[in-house]
Design a protein around this ligand. Sequence first.
Ligand code: FES
Length: 106
Amino acid sequence: MDGEWIRVGNVADIDEDDTHPVEIDGRRVCLYNLGGEIFATDGTCTHGDADLSLGMVVDSCLIECPLHEGTFDIRSGRAVGAPCTDPLRCHPVKVEQGVIFLRPAH
Ligand code: FES
């Protein structure tokens, strides 16, 4: 079951094509600004214990893991580039008057 909407920050705090780490219930989550649209995924790579917020957004929609350079599609969580094979969990986000709300997916 999905949880409540949680306020996690402001759109203005995240540069375009950049990442922003947040912690929710002790869990690492990563926010992204893709051309002005906000997305959220789990913040830990599914291949190892790497903080994806330290990775780079490439090709306008992929996050490249800082540890072994595997990639995921930020919009779907799909593992795109080796060595990543397991998808990333995505979290629904909404923006109201520049404020980002996230509903943690389980
Ligand atoms: Fe992310 Fe290996 S830990 S690609």
